[in-house]
Design a protein around this ligand. Structure first.
Ligand code: PBG
Ligand code: ZN
Length: 324
């Protein structure tokens, strides 16, 4: 069937027609909102490179979580910034650490808001790497015990889902075994399965104060040039017990999202990372683009590529648009 019998424009004529045949829809229930908690009181510090994103002390953090819930966003992803950092990231797996406190406070204030926690050492280590270091190398197997201990303290504090983002080999099975041994067999793992060594994380490292003090993360995060490897990485995490898998970043990796979607049927999350957020915010501020429309189009592209879930700093802004 082709022109003049087929006319694609027939179904594009009005908004009602367009919405009748629309293939992809965005919904507030797709979103996870990342949030940053810091030690101290009365802190609400906006991050220059990420307008609208704040470091929040506990009471402000809870207030913001309530607002997120009110907008209909089902989940938050918690990152913590401790006062004291050390070589082995002790604060990461301290049951009284800032993240563990935030989990308890949020679950108490809004029990229905899903609390997901980032499991990684980089915000907690003095050197800013995602694992413990020996002779300048990030040790894999020695780091696994610490990650498992960290995930366990999160679950014990009431986290609904734990999300390892470190890219050590074997972390999913290590965390699964520890959680199960301690009775947390119902706590899902959302693994950052295909996480690339990306320059798009720049603004995040400003807000999380987690930039590595030496070198980079290329010996553990993936090479942006690789696609088959992503399929392998996701497959391994699924075999190790991941319940939700993630591709990160999202925008420059839509091909990876589509490919993973084609290979596996697990729930798939896309992380619309800090640099992707900052670029749109900056261009909108300069008047170069219509920020709201570009935001919605960008989020839609991630769903269209095959993501079920979008982790995004735009969650609140987009929810306001969708709730209109
Ligand atoms: C920690 C972590 C990072 C992000 C999420 N978890 C940064 C990194 O790997 O350096 C990036 C999130 C973003 O850029 O929005 N491992
Ligand atoms: Zn890390």
């Amino acid at each position: 069937m082709y022109y003049p019998i087929y006319r694609g424009r027939r179904l594009r004529r009005t908004e009602v027609l367009r919405s009748l045949v629309r293939e992809t829809t965005l919904s507030v229930s797709d979103f996870i909102y990342p949030m940053f908690v810091v030690e101290g009181k009365n802190i609400k510090k906006e991050i220059k490179s990420m307008p609208g994103v704040f470091q929040l002390s506990l009471e402000n953090f809870v207030k913001e979580a309530k607002e997120v819930k009110k907008l209909g966003i089902p989940a938050i992803l918690i990152f913590g910034i401790p006062k004291k950092k050390d070589e082995i990231g002790s604060q990461a797996y301290d049951p009284k650490g800032i993240v563990q406190q935030a989990i308890r406070a949020v679950k108490k204030a809004c029990p229905d808001l899903l609390v997901i926690t980032d499991v990684c050492l980089c915000e907690f280590t003095s050197h800013g790497h995602c694992g413990i270091i020996k002779d300048g190398y990030v040790l894999n197997d020695e780091t696994l015990d610490l990650l498992a201990a960290m995930a366990l303290t999160h679950a014990a504090a009431g986290a609904d889902i734990v999300a390892p983002s470190d890219m050590m080999d074997g972390r999913v099975i290590a965390i699964r075994e520890t959680l199960d041994e301690e009775g947390f067999y119902n706590i899902p793992i959302m693994s950052y399965a295909a996480k690339y060594a990306s320059a798009y994380y720049g603004p995040f490292r400003d807000v999380a104060e987690s930039a590595p003090k030496f070198g980079d993360r290329r010996s553990y995060q993936m090479d942006p040039a690789n696609s088959d490897e992503a399929i392998r990485e996701v497959g391994l995490d699924i075999e190790e017990g991941a319940d939700i898998v993630m591709v990160k970043p999202a925008l420059s990796y839509l091909d990876i999202i589509a490919k993973v979607r084609g290979e596996y049927d697990l729930p798939l999350a896309a992380y619309n990372v800090s640099g992707e957020y900052s670029m749109i915010k900056a261009a909108a501020k300069l008047g170069y683009i219509d920020g709201e429309r570009v935001m919605m189009e960008t989020l839609l592209s991630m769903k269209r590529a095959g993501a079920d879930i979008i982790i995004t700093y735009f969650a609140k802004d987009a929810a306001k648009v969708l709730n209109r």
